[in-house]
Design a protein around this ligand. Structure first.
Ligand code: SAH
Length: 215
């Protein structure tokens, strides 16, 4: 794995920038300091890996901006051994950040190309999420319930099926809105029947789409 001192230095700078932008959770900052983000990007974008920007990862998708990854992760208040469902594996970067924090990650991707690519990338560099190919709108009912759910694509509404896969006390972070802009929502399952939702500002994600895309 090519992770040089220069990459490490750039990551430290990125983390300093995230602190200035308001990321306070030390466990999140430490994970971003450790995960070699440049390995998750296409080689032509490697010089941009540690800029706080989203970049293409193939199949018309993007790796989320580091600030967005940090913000969603911070909202989830991750603890060691948390069982987490991620919708939208994409490059696998967000999954790696969660694993670095000690979480057990189940991740679903609807595009076969990315599902395959992320499985080739993550295990060799030491990250072992459980990978699934499918439509995240259904979640993983047979593997749930989960402590936390993170949706990394913009949904038009909060999927009922995902809410029901949260443990009581569990939290889901999900960007909800139209095609161009979404509101970051944090949904807490207060108990078996009650849910609470809170809003945390607007973000831009690729859309959460129904069905799967085969090769
Ligand atoms: N978490 C990713 C972000 C990728 S962008 C990362 O760290 O790189 C969002 C991803 O969500 C895309 O790969 C897209 O294909 C996927 N996606 C969109 N709708 C989905 C759905 N219904 N089920 C599963 N994945 C979905």
């Amino acid at each position: 794995m090519n992770d040089s001192l220069r990459h490490k230095g750039l990551r430290k700078k990125l983390v300093d920038g995230l602190k200035i932008k308001g990321i306070r959770d030390d466990k999140v900052l430490e994970a971003i300091r450790k995960v070699p983000r440049h390995l998750f990007m296409e080689s032509s974008f490697i010089n941009f890996a540690y800029k706080d920007q989203a970049f293409p990862i193939g199949a018309g998708q993007t790796i989320s901006q580091p600030f967005t990854v940090a913000f969603q992760t911070q909202l989830l208040d991750i603890h060691k051994h948390d069982k987490i469902l991620e919708i939208g594996t994409g490059s696998g970067y967000q999954a790696a950040v969660l694993i670095e924090m000690g979480a057990i990650v189940y991740t679903i991707e609807r595009q076969k190309e990315l599902y395959i690519k992320s499985q080739q990338l993550l295990p060799p560099i030491g990250y072992f999420p459980k990978f699934f190919f499918g439509d995240g709108y259904t979640g993983l009912p047979t593997y749930g319930p989960f402590d936390k759910i993170i949706v990394t694509a913009g949904a038009s509404s909060i999927p009922e099926k995902l809410k029901l896969q949260l443990k009581p006390g569990g939290k889901m972070v999900i960007p909800v809105g139209g095609k161009t802009r979404q509101e970051m929502m944090l949904v807490t399952r207060v108990n078996e029947t009650e849910f609470k939702s809170e809003k945390f500002g607007s973000f831009i994600f690729v859309p959460m789409l129904k069905g799967v895309v085969k090769l």
